[in-house]
Design a protein around this ligand. Structure first.
Ligand code: FES
Length: 200
């Protein structure tokens, strides 16, 4: 995986330059808008967001917002990674052919590095936030049975997804949970909204 930071920085600088141009136009149009905040504007435009994952324990999940949508980052344990694939015959789109993800995340783990899953926390049925139900087996609330291998559960209409966010067949959600573009700035930081640098 070649993810040199320098090119990523160059892309960010290009984005920042573009943004500066846009802000300049805004100032010309509204000269007395003294409280303009480029960072807020950058966020609204969907600028990349960097996440510190150094404290994300194996088995844990964190949620941030990017472009107004929740992004979930899961630190999968080796045991969780080992469970991926066990239910492929029960999935609606195990190869992620009809689902949305960058090409570099179209694999069984749907990830650049198998230990980190990054996906939009937006159910592909009607947009609810899926819950993390990573523990296998029947759930205390009775909605998941003994055969549940762990994954995501959407409480709105009962759609279920595996530990890669791949949807089970026969539930309301039509496709797998979407993977946004992302890359690793280093071992402790993921940048949402920025693709990895391709090898020359
Ligand atoms: S919104 Fe998730 S199952 Fe309907």
């Amino acid at each position: 995986m070649n993810e040199t930071i320098d090119k990523g920085r160059r892309q960010l600088l290009t984005a920042a330059t573009t943004l500066t141009g846009a802000v300049g136009v805004a100032f010309a149009a509204v000269p007395f808008l003294a409280s303009w905040k480029p960072s807020a504007r950058a966020k609204a435009l969907g600028a990349p967001v960097e996440i510190d994952i150094s404290k994300l324990e194996p088995g844990g999940m964190l949620k941030i917002e990017w472009r107004g949508k929740p992004v979930l980052v899961v630190h999968r344990t080796p045991e969780m990674i080992g469970r991926i694939g066990a239910d492929d015959s029960l999935l609606a789109d195990p190869g992620s052919n009809a689902s949305r993800q960058p090409e570099y995340a179209r694999n069984p783990e749907r990830a650049i590095r198998p230990e980190y899953l990054v996906l939009l926390g937006v159910c592909t049925h009607l947009g609810c936030l899926p819950q993390n139900r990573f523990t296998p087996g029947a759930s205390a609330d009775g909605v998941l049975t003994a055969s549940w291998p762990g994954g995501f559960f959407c409480p709105c209409h009962g759609s279920t997804f595996d530990l890669s966010g791949r949807v089970y067949a026969g539930v309301p959600a039509p496709t797998n949970l979407e993977i946004p573009p992302y890359s690793f700035a280093d071992d402790n930081h993921i940048v949402i909204g920025l693709d990895p640098v391709k090898e020359a």
